[in-house]
Design a protein around this ligand. Structure first.
Ligand SMILES: [Cu+2]
Length: 443
């Protein structure tokens, strides 16, 4: 694979497929699947590379680097981006190199890295390398460790990576605003040398929340709690890609949280091990077997599991975080007869539709049949179609799709799982008085 092809793609901001392992200049890495080669100086100038041990940033990409006399040089551009949360909803956000989250940075423990940061925003910024051990003056806190990067300026950070693990980057200048509008990314440092128990699939996901009021096109940084969008890598379900794996693969999901809530991430179908964090991959005796892991604000957590065949839900367990925009200040009147309420309220609120008398599950049907029209530029609270009907999900929800017959570099959505005969729950009666259920404790 020609590395210059990756550069050409990166230059126009297109996603760079790197999971198959393009030829990197990191010839010190012992894990090259392709023959290591040392770039000539002229080749370096024209070349950009990605680490051959790349993670897969769901719905995102890894930033290629250039080698400059032994230093891996990355160039981040802080800028406004047009971002689509899912078809039907876009916003003017801020990010890096054309995307929010910004591209994932990947390097190897021991690497010398140089990070150029160009500010194309209308206000000053800086980048804090969250969790990295580095000289104080490289820590990126505007006013404390460096002057702010003014609009139009480029700053350079340079340091040696002295650890491995799952890290993040984000501004430390007007931080509340700049985080709220999408400025963040992940920084993955691979250990030098082969990992014990190597993983076959290595995903990373950055959690965030947004307040994009229906009918508006910019996130509101002043909102503290009533967020409308809960995202994996700035996307909401059903626009979040599935995590694809082959049966028996060791899969790692690296989760970072730069939102303003803690998120209990829950995976169906397996007991996973919590295996790492900003502290690197932990020694195996410290691994914990769990099915839900709380990822706190400002934390990263790595989980690993052996993939078992099926379609498995992977989501935040705060159930309002698996919904899209809701009117939080309206009650959901379960059990209340709503006859006539619509008509009276529609005089004041055109298009109002009272819902919730029998639960909210009808919402998706109403939206998809077209008679519940939301305001401009927002998304239905729930959506997504599965092989058996509506998924009634939004926000921080996706699927892990595991199949027996995938090539190691195949990350394409394999469609829905066809379950072996006799292994799917099924209807056995239409009668509400069916059977003899026990409704009281014995004795
Ligand atoms: Cu959550």
């Amino acid at each position: 694979m020609a590395a210059s092809g990756a550069l050409g793609m990166a230059a126009v901001g297109t996603q760079v497929a790197n999971a198959s392992g393009s030829v990197g200049a990191d010839s010190a890495s012992p894990l090259h699947h392709t023959k290591p080669h040392r770039d000539s100086p002229t080749h370096q100038a024209a070349n950009a590379s990605v680490n051959p041990r790349s993670v897969r940033t769901l719905n995102g990409w890894t930033l290629p680097y250039r080698m400059d006399q032994g230093v891996k040089e990355f160039h981040l551009v802080a800028e406004e981006v047009d971002h689509e949360f899912a078809p039907g909803m876009t916003a003017k956000c801020w990010g890096y190199n054309g995307s929010t989250p910004g591209p994932t940075l990947e390097a190897v423990e021991g690497d010398r890295v140089r990070l150029l940061v160009t500010n194309r925003l209308p206000e000053h910024t800086s980048i804090h390398w969250h969790g990295l051990i580095l000289p104080s003056g490289m820590d990126g806190v505007a006013g404390l460790s460096q002057p702010p990067i003014q609009p139009g300026e480029t700053f350079v950070y340079e340091f040696t990576l002295r650890q491995h693990g799952t890290y993040m980057y984000h501004p430390h200048a007007d931080e509340m605003t700049q985080l709220a509008v999408g400025m963040m990314g992940m920084f993955i440092i691979h250990p030098r040398g082969q990992e014990a128990l190597p993983v076959q699939r290595d995903y990373c996901i950055l959690l965030h929340n947004w307040a994009v009021h229906p009918g508006t096109y910019r996130p509101d940084p002043g909102v503290l709690q009533d967020f409308t969008m809960w995202t994996f890598n700035s996307k909401v379900f059903p626009a979040i890609d599935p995590l694809v794996a082959r049966t028996g693969d060791r899969v790692r999901i690296r989760i970072g949280n730069l939102s303003m809530w803690n998120h209990p991430l829950h995976l169906h179908g397996v007991q996973f091990d919590v295996t790492g964090s900003e502290g690197g991959r932990w020694p195996q005796p410290r691994w914990r077997s769990e099915v839900t892991e709380l990822v706190g604000v400002g934390q990263t957590r790595d989980i690993e599991f052996i993939a078992v065949p099926g379609d498995w839900a992977f989501h935040c367990h705060m159930s309002h975080h698996t919904m899209n925009a809701m009117a939080h200040d309206l009650p959901i009147p379960m059990g209340v007869n709503l006859n006539g309420l619509d008509r009276e309220l529609q005089a004041m609120l055109p298009g109002f539709m009272a819902m919730g008398e029998h639960g909210m599950g009808a919402h998706q049907d109403h939206v998809e049949s077209g008679h519940l029209q939301g305001p401009a530029n927002t998304l239905p609270m729930m959506g997504g179609q599965g092989p058996y009907g509506n998924l009634e999900m939004g926000g921080m929800f996706t699927t892990v799709k595991v199949r027996d017959d995938l090539a190691p570099d195949d990350f394409a959505d394999p469609g829905w799982y066809s379950a072996p005969a006799g292994t799917v729950a099924k209807r056995i009666s239409h009668d509400p008085n069916f059977g003899r259920p026990i409704r009281a404790p014995l004795g």
